[in-house]
Design a protein around this ligand. Sequence first.
Ligand SMILES: Cc1ncc(COP(=O)(O)O)c(C=O)c1O
Length: 420
Amino acid sequence: MEDSKRPDYVEQFCLNCGFATRALHAGEHVGQLTGTPHTGAIYQTSTFVFASAEEGAEIFAGERPGYIYTRLGNPSVLLLEAKMNALEGRDVKLANPEIRISSQAFSSGMSAIASTLLGLANAGDTLIMGNVLYGATTHLAETVFPRLGIQVVEVDTTDLNALETVLGQNPNAKAVFFETPTNPMLAITDIRALSSMVKSVNPQMKVIVDNTFATPYLQRPLELGADAVIHSTTKYSCGHGTVVGGIMTTLDDAIKEAAYNVIKDVGGNPSPFDAWLVNLGLKTLPVRMERHCDNAMAIARYLQSHPKVDHVYYPGLENNRYHELAKRQMKRFGGMVSFDLTGGLEAGRKLMNSIELFTLAVSLGTVDSLIQHPASMTHACVPKEKREKAGINDGLVRISVGIEDVEDLIQALDDALAKV
Ligand SMILES: Cc1ncc(COP(=O)(O)O)c(C=O)c1O
């Protein structure tokens, strides 16, 4: 196969470029020789033509590269995967050119999480999972996995002593999965310390990080010792709220293979159009993230000084318990801010019902600002007792800070808080 047709060609080509350049160029024009579209094409097709019966048989047998059917692979999806390889894995690859980085795109973040973990664990196996996770991930851990005979042990991964105990009790667990920062408490786990602890107990145990809140622009877990990274591309990767999607990127061929084997039989592949939209979104990720971070920092400071706000959860604040760790492992602190109002649930309801500019909706990472109530929305499926233990009180409000003019956002918050 000519070099320019290999899936990792553009990834290699961009290795010496900066993040913004890779976000724009990696993956583009992959597999194209002449008549190349400037913007990657949408291969909106379910199946692909074989030149002959012999060629079809060879492609099916894996003896010749080629596309077969979109559930099994599609050029628009490959473009997205190549770009994510270049964003999450560039420094790892530069440090060790022998390492292979591969991504598998999915139809949703949940499909990415479920397929990756199901690829690794069989009935009778154990998974170690963070104790504060997105609501559906918690539900997956508590209902679906146990039903399939997969035992889930929960642990606060921000507490390395607790993790050490759990690892000691479960040295043959297949993987440790966690979010950092977590949804919605913005708690931070030390990825490097956790990864080295896990590997010292069992080098075969995989470390898998949900990097949705940070994005590869702010944090790259593979550089810190993780084996795989997952994103809900629905969020910052797409950035415009037009797609539900997911992706997993790994240095470990076995993880990629296992996830592919699940998706190819269970489904859960993204549509070519959705992959194309996420690819488009990733081109502006660095610029958007800088603005999200600027605005979130200003809003966190504003909220911190407001008398009706009890507590602000934002790792960028100097008094946040994770501030020093976040400074070490993240480029900046992200666009998500959560806060408790002194007036509790009623005050939160009033705020959400009266605020202008912030759209009352779940999801996050869109260019415009969103506001939501975790206890009754994103984390409603988590039992109340467990929610509260994790700090998700009824009065907690979560905002996804957009890239609007920050003065307008602060004015909107100020006006709404005056009505609380
Ligand atoms: C941290 C995190 N991981 C995973 C998901 C699931 O992603 P999706 O909704 O794309 O399935 C979400 C959704 O909000 C999330 O916030």
